[in-house]
Design a protein around this ligand. Structure first.
Ligand SMILES: [Zn+2]
Length: 272
């Protein structure tokens, strides 16, 4: 099942959307078996109830990964649930601590209070907001801080609106070159690029050659944003998630499977 197939059934405009379930393995039809969405399970660790996703994978060891979407355990098929739970119990302190850290990070995608000291995510890094009164409006990001100069520095709504506009401009500055780089490799028609504010998807592409990219991509590590652009550009040619489509994605973005996996950790950004 994939979105493009659903849309064509509705006889609406053909549109391929990169939805959350793309990353959670919801689109397994058409030979897209890159991901196994696994099984939801629950365990009590150190007195705390912990939900996790168990994915049976071709590997030799039990792997644990914690991201914004929670705890994922990958294990070979021959390992029993009892062994998996024992492995989790062995690392219970790490699991509980990491989950707490990710919950905090999830909250700090955009600041609640738009003032100095608040956290904001930019290019995959958690920066600290530093707001200063000034006659001119200006924003500068370094490795640690996002410095904002604004005449009404104490007015959080104005600061939020100013930073919000800046993030969208930065998104375009980041994403447009990726589109310009990838598109000529698959088509002679230049696509139209638009920014979106969707809550459920990173990007989409329709049969008119319009690519919509979520401005929040500027908050992801840039290589993940780049993967999403490659994904949408590939839809200019293949408006589906067929094996031909994934081959095209891999041509544009070698190693895309790993990027899709890492992206899991960031999907909650959209809902934050
Ligand atoms: Zn897609």
């Amino acid at each position: 099942m994939d979105e493009a197939a659903i849309s064509s059934e509705r006889r609406g405009p053909l549109i391929a959307r990169l939805r959350l379930r793309d990353f959670f393995g919801g689109d397994r039809g058409n030979g897209d078996r890159l991901r196994d969405d696994g099984q939801s399970r629950r365990i009590v660790l150190a007195g705390e109830s912990v939900d996790y996703r168990l994915v049976r994978a071709r590997r030799r060891t039990i792997g644990m990964q914690i991201g914004l979407s929670g705890l994922t355990v990958r294990a070979p098929r021959w390992v029993s649930i009892r062994e998996i739970e024992a492995a989790l119990a062995e690392r219970d302190a790490w699991v509980i601590r990491s989950l707490a850290e990710w919950r905090t990070r999830r909250r700090e995608v955009l600041p609640r209070a738009w003032k100095t000291g608040a956290s904001i995510l930019y290019l995959g890094r958690e920066l600290t907001l530093a707001v200063h009164p000034a006659r001119k409006r200006e924003i500068a990001a370094d490795l640690l801080n996002l410095s904002v100069l604004h005449p009404a520095a104490a007015d959080e709504r104005q600061v939020a609106a100013f930073v919000g506009r800046w993030l969208r401009e930065e998104a375009l500055r980041l994403l447009a070159p990726y589109v310009a780089e990838f598109a000529p490799r698959v088509t002679t028609d230049a696509p139209t690029l638009k920014l979106s504010n969707a809550r459920s998807e990173w990007g989409s592409c329709n049969q008119h050659g319009t690519i919509r990219l979520n401005w929040r991509l500027v908050q992801l590590p840039p290589h993940l944003a780049r993967y999403i652009v490659a994904h949408e550009v590939a839809h200019l040619v293949e408006l589906n998630h067929s094996p031909r489509f994934w081959k095209l994605v891999e041509m544009l973005f070698p190693g895309h499977v790993e990027a899709r996996r890492t992206l899991d950790d960031w999907t909650a950004l959209l809902e934050a």
